[in-house]
Design a protein around this ligand. Sequence first.
Ligand code: ADP
Length: 323
Amino acid sequence: MKRIGVFTSGGDSPGMNACLRAVVRSGIAAGLEVFGIYRGYEGMIEGDIVQFEKHHVSNIIQRGGTVLKTARSAKFMTPEGRREAHANLLKHGIEGLVCIGGDGSFRGAMTLHEEFGIKVMGCPGTIDNDLFGTDYTIGFDSAINTVVTAVDKIRDTADSHNRLFFVEVMGRDAGFIALHTGIASGAESVLIPETKTYIPELIQQLEKGWRQNKTSAIIIVAEGDDGGGAYEVAEKVKEKFNKYDTRVSVLGHIQRGGAPSAFDRVSASRMGAAAVKGLLEGRTNEMAGIINRQIVYTPFSKATKHNQEINPQLLELVEILSQ
Ligand code: ADP
């Protein structure tokens, strides 16, 4: 293998740049020519491909987002789109790819391999931490730190006014951001898609806190919780329990932005270099993750199908510590 391509795809996450830098620099160090593919599969189809030298990735490790840009590509979902993408890879002599993205991006990479035999390795770039085969995805640590900083500020104002806040955080299908930030910010409760939400139980808990003279309460709601988003849950609670002044705060896209944490930079650097090493060893269709501090390669088929499971002990901990 002489030439490889690297791209970021799907939802962006802090640390993608650190991962890109590691792919480019470790690839060049191993004697490879490395091509940056802009805007994910969309850029692959349009031939937006540039050979990267070491200096192309200078001064990016500390930046959020992705300098390669990212995109979602409907055209890549069609055989014709993938044929065009593959033709552009051939034009540049690209024999292997590193895909930095989430499960959708990995599914696209698997299809590309199936149809054209191109070797593909993945790095888990998503704030959601929902990929099987790694303890932490690139961007998760930065995102939860952003959320915790925001919730700390909300707690100050909530406490001053005796308010109950419902804070909505990202997580359409996964509650990792909600659960970890709930523990780290001392939230009264955490509502996540993985568990059933019982409003009467939540009210009971809030009443108990009220009787214990709690001056504020914060409920973290993952956007995909079965009880609805933060506004919906707040309405349902308010109908039956109105001791506190109730407010809602939806944190939104600030959770994706900002400088990556040191933890994410280190993980991203290790995973990016491991993906290149994997390609050089002849691996394909695998994600480079970190489990128990060690690099572990997990087949895309497992990384995308088996959901990373919520640790029930963490849920229990929220309950115990908020009493
Ligand atoms: P993420 O990688 O963050 O999960 P998406 O689910 O949006 O993001 O996927 C990113 C892109 O990957 C999609 O826009 C599409 O182009 C491609 N993709 C996703 N699933 C498939 C699939 N089954 N076959 C081919 N391409 C896919």
